[in-house]
Structures are given as C-alpha cells and as structure tokens.
Design a protein around this ligand. Structure first.
Ligand code: AMP
Length: 225
C-alpha cells in the first residue's frame, strides 16, 4: 500500500506513520525529517532549505520533488510506503503522480487528518523531539518518563525552532493557501480517506487500521473478480 498523509502541521501524521512503520513495516518517508537531516549535516540541500524552514515557508517545489523522488527510487522496498508531508502543493502532487506512474508505483490511498486549529496549536507548542533518535513527545499528552530526556535512548529532548508560536502561524497560513487544495485534488481521484486528527494517537491508529484493512480486502476482491 502506497500512501500519502495529508493534513496541517501537528495533525499527528508523523506519529501515525511511525506507528505503522513499527507495527506493520511501512517505510516512512517524511519530507520534514529528510530536510532537517540535510540541514543538520549542512548539505547543499540543507543550506538552501534552512532559511525557508526557519520562517515556516515552503522549500522550493523542484528541490523537494527531486529529493523525494530520489528517496523513493533508492528505497529498498517500494511496496508499502507513507509519504508524510509530501506533496504539499498542487504542482508537487501532479509531478509526483506523473513520476510514480512512470515507475508503476501509483499512490493507492491518501489519508486526510482532519484536525481543528486549537488541537494543532496545542500539539505544536508542546511538541518535543529527541536530539538523537528523533522520537516524538508532548509535554502534556505524551510526556517522557524523565523530563527533557528520551525514554528510548536517554538523549536530550529539544523543541523545533519552527514550533514557536510565530512560525506556527505562518506554517498554518501556508497550509491553508497551498496544501488544503490537495484534499479536492485527491478526492477527485477517489482515493481520499479521512481520519479524525483531533483524537488521541491510539484512537486515530484504530481508525487508520480499519481503513487499511477495508482497502486491503477491497484490493483482494478486485483481484478475485
Ligand atoms: P514538517 O516537518 O512536515 O512540518 O516540515 C517542516 C518544514 O519543512 C516545512 O515548514 C517546510 O519549510 C519544509 N517542508 C516539508 N515538506 C515540504 C514540502 N513537501 N514542500 C516544501 N517544503 C516542505
């Protein structure tokens, strides 16, 4: 199953993608994570992307498209993957469709994480990440056992620079202006499914699992017919 996770920042796309990776072996391809890794390692992409990311603006389309297509092409197993945070503009979505159809890897399903603005703001302002393994925490909803320390690897937690209130506002504005239209784009293709991003992670995961098992059995039925 090849999926795109769509929704505002803070909708829980990353959390669910990690759960699907750990429980069902999905490959999780997060544009934000890949870009942050490039910034950390001061690569050519990282140097160009840094300023856009810090301001909460989108990194230029062509750069992100090339980076993500290379990542998909180089993936060892292309059967089950989740694109998290990509595409984010209509241009990226069209380009992705064209390239994936050439590779015979069309997107099977797009999951829209429908999430209210208050949830998003609370989640983003309280989000903390592990500086070493990238694990995700929330100071209220998902606190680590020991404050400021990762449960999984013991490294220090940090707050993303773009999770400041000012940058969050900008990111949400960008989402409204550029990404929201993708809901209609994928709806028109008949591959859009919706989950309630406002719910806690375990409940969203149940909704997602339900959708996945329905889609998988639909697929088998198609094969049988
Ligand atoms: P995220 O971790 O998904 O919230 O992304 C963090 C930042 O990375 C965004 O605010 C953008 O600056 C950049 N970014 C992530 N995905 C994309 C994309 N598909 N297109 C352009 N910029 C992106």
């Amino acid at each position: 199953m090849k999926m795109v996770f769509l929704g505002p920042p803070g909708a829980g796309k990353g959390t669910q993608a990690v759960m699907l990776r750990e429980k069902k072996g999905f490959l999780h391809l997060s544009t934000g994570d890949i870009l942050r890794e490039n910034v950390k390692n001061n690569t050519g992409i990282g140097k160009k992307a840094k300023a856009f990311m810090e301001k909460g603006e989108l990194v230029p389309d062509d750069m992100v498209i090339e980076m993500m297509l290379d990542t998909i092409k180089n993936a060892r197993d292309k059967k089950d993957f989740i694109l998290d945070g990509f595409p984010r503009t209509a241009y990226q979505a069209k380009k992705l469709d064209n390239e994936l159809s050439k590779l015979k890897l069309p997107i099977d399903m797009v999951v829209y994480f429908k999430t209210g603005i208050n949830t998003v703001i609370l989640r983003l302002t309280g989000r903390r990440l592990c500086s070493k393994c990238g694990a995700n925490y929330h100071i209220v909803n998902m606190p680590p056992k020991k404050q400021g320390i990762c449960d999984k690897c013991g490294a220090e937690l940090y707050q993303r620079k773009d999770d400041s209130e000012e940058t969050i506002k900008k990111r949400l504005e960008v989402y409204d202006n550029q990404t929201k239209e993708l809901i209609d784009y994928y709806k028109a293709q008949g591959i859009l499914k919706e989950v309630s991003g406002d719910l806690e992670a375990g409940k969203v995961y149940s909704e997602l699992s339900e959708i996945l098992s329905t889609c998988e059995s639909d697929d088998r039925n198609k094969v049988r017919k």
